[in-house]
Design a protein around this ligand. Structure first.
Ligand code: ADP
Ligand code: MG
Length: 324
């Protein structure tokens, strides 16, 4: 089950906890040098999957390899090539942030001087310099999360697995984290990232696997997933209901499907399009000829939120609420 150029391969992973199928036959492939976003609501099985890949959990069935190494047969070698961070990662509460990072460096045989330099750089990078000499038990949740991610980057691992790296972070730290992650990927790393944030998967991932109840329910590039869910729609906002009615007739004529009113009070009309740009021009002309002035007009692409809602039946807001 080696695959040239495939960094992580998981096949038919199964893990049960009593009646709960945390993993129910999950397949994954992460080509070298790419980012896979594992997207799913709370309880979907993301952490369980990460724990199997990172050798921390033995699946009931299925196989998994990292750089061609079976995780069950060669756990020590696998751990050496993976940088891991996540909800489960252990930092020593009684050591300072600096000491924790230095210790990881020493564990990876970096040598004292290099380990110290690296610890300093990472603390700076993750905006933890001021807290470097405080014991981790005094850190806030967000600071711990950042230290945890820094820990995964002490050595430059070719494969990085991050379990919800930005959950609970403030928006600014989240952007900083995205920068660090993108930097690693540009440098050639392979990344598997779990997230509940569609925006994050959209931003960072080359491929996305949407999981629910331990199974993959969709996969593709962010664009493919969005297209699958309905492609592009041309949307016009009008100033009055009368105008909206007239615009609907024009859209129905020009576009590739009947116009609908997604939100009548807003005087919004939309219709599906395949040739977005030319349809837009024709609609503008049509409106002009009918002396209708739109308030707003544009092409709307399905968002990953739409994808998520359609696939899992859970709204993103509902998921977010569950988390907080
Ligand atoms: N150690 C465990 N014991 C019992 N149930 C577990 C355990 N770990 C995970 N589960 C269950 O397995 C399912 C998947 O959990 P998890 O992998 O943590 O999901 P996610 O990370 O996507 O939120 C959930 O229903 C969870 O309650
Ligand atoms: Mg989890």
């Amino acid at each position: 089950m080696t695959g040239a150029g495939t960094a992580i391969i998981a096949e038919g992973l199964v893990k049960r906890y009593g009646d709960v199928h945390a993993l129910d036959g999950l397949d994954l492939r992460v080509p070298e040098g790419t980012v896979l976003g594992l997207l799913g609501p709370n309880g979907a099985g993301k952490t369980t999957c990460v724990r199997v890949i990172t050798t921390l959990l033995r699946p009931d069935a299925g196989r998994c390899s990292v750089n061609g190494l079976d995780v069950l047969r060669h756990p020590d070698q696998v751990r050496k090539i993976i940088g891991v961070s996540g909800q489960y990662a252990a930092v020593d509460e009684y050591l300072t942030g600096y000491e924790n990072l230095e210790m990881i460096g020493r564990l990876y045989h970096l040598g004292k001087r290099t380990a110290r330099r690296r610890a300093g750089e990472l603390l700076e990078r993750f905006n933890l310099s001021d807290a470097a000499d405080r014991p981790v038990k005094t850190y806030s949740g967000g600071m711990r999360r950042r230290l945890d991610l820094a820990g995964a980057l002490v050595v430059s691992p070719p494969i990085i697995v991050l379990d919800e790296p930005t959950t609970g972070l403030d928006p600014r730290s989240r952007l900083g984290m995205w920068d660090v992650i993108s930097e690693r990927v540009r440098a050639g790393a392979t990344l598997l990232l779990t997230t509940q944030y569609l925006e994050e998967a959209d931003q960072l991932a080359d491929d996305i696997v949407v999981i629910d109840k331990g199974r993959s329910i969709a996969h593709g590039t962010p664009d493919e997933l969005k297209r699958e869910v309905g492609g592009e729609r041309l949307r016009v906002t009008l100033g009055s209901r009368t105008d909206a009615q007239a615009a609907a007739e024009i859209l129905s004529r020009v576009c590739d499907g009947p116009a609908t009113f997604p939100d009548e009070s807003e005087h919004l009309v939309e219709a599906p399009v395949t040739r977005g740009a030319s349809a837009l021009v024709e609609v503008v002309r049509g409106l002009d000829a009918a002396a209708i002035e739109p308030v707003d007009i544009g092409i709307h692409r399905a968002s990953l939120d739409d994808v998520f809602l359609q696939l899992t039946g859970a709204s993103v807001d509902a998921v977010a609420e569950e988390v907080s």
